[in-house]
Write a protein that binds this ligand. Structure first.
Ligand SMILES: Cc1cc2nc3c(=O)[nH]c(=O)nc-3n(C[C@H](O)[C@H](O)[C@H](O)COP(=O)(O)O)c2cc1C
Length: 190
């Protein structure tokens, strides 16, 4: 895959073949891509918690919110849940402001996952205090993003935003997930 193909394939996937495991070493390799990515003032304050273990995965899942626009869907059911997670944490002993470091790290991880035949979803809607308690995450580590990962079990298609300008993604009768994107002409202002 060239870069354009990789970016196109790197959609947010929320349903997975949960019975397909991910190796711990695979998540380490993905974090290595984040490690090599840019960081404001080169402070590198990101820390990571990895999970590929069924029990640990099950303890992370209830603290995440899925696909807010799909009102009739409560998130992936058992058997379709992620096989692994990378929790991105900001080390407040290094800096109090993390800028967009976690977004860059998350994108590197997801592009790497896509390249390796996996897929995933950034989750920012997290019940942070519950997750902190559950995983005993020390208070100097701010919970920034959770990346859910697995072998995708759904198709996602990109659409052009319609005349009403609706940005809400939807699922059709064949269970295909559609994601509207603004046009290039709309977003380049000169
Ligand atoms: C910072 C960030 C936070 C997000 N948080 C969530 C989330 O909490 N739950 C979820 O289901 N999707 C979440 N998403 C995924 C977005 O809904 C998704 O990127 C958007 O619908 C566009 O789809 P695409 O990633 O396939 O282009 C998040 C994405 C980003 C970049």
């Amino acid at each position: 895959m060239n870069l354009e193909e990789l970016v196109l394939k790197n959609r947010s996937y929320r349903r997975f073949y949960e019975n397909v495991p991910i190796e711990h070493e695979m998540l380490r390799r993905l974090v290595d891509l984040a490690r090599l990515s840019g960081s404001a003032s080169n402070l590198q304050p990101m820390k990571y918690m990895l999970s590929v273990d069924q029990k640990l995965n099950a303890s992370i899942f209830p603290h995440l919110s899925w696909a807010g626009y799909l009102k009739d869907w409560e998130g992936p059911t058992e058997g379709e849940r992620p096989s692994g997670y990378i929790i991105i944490l900001g080390d407040k002993n290094i800096t109090k402001s993390f800028g967009c470091d976690h977004g860059i790290a998350a994108q590197s991880i997801l592009l790497g996952a896509t390249d390796k035949g996996l897929g995933g979803c950034m989750i920012g809607s997290i019940q942070r205090e519950g997750l902190r308690r559950e995983l005993e995450i020390p208070t100097h580590l701010e919970i920034l993003l959770v990346i859910a990962l697995g072998k995708p079990k759904e198709s996602v298609e990109i659409e052009v935003i319609g005349p009403k300008g609706d940005v809400k993604y939807w699922r059709d009768e064949n269970d295909i997930h559609h994601v509207p994107k603004r046009s290039l002409d709309e977003i380049i202002i000169n």
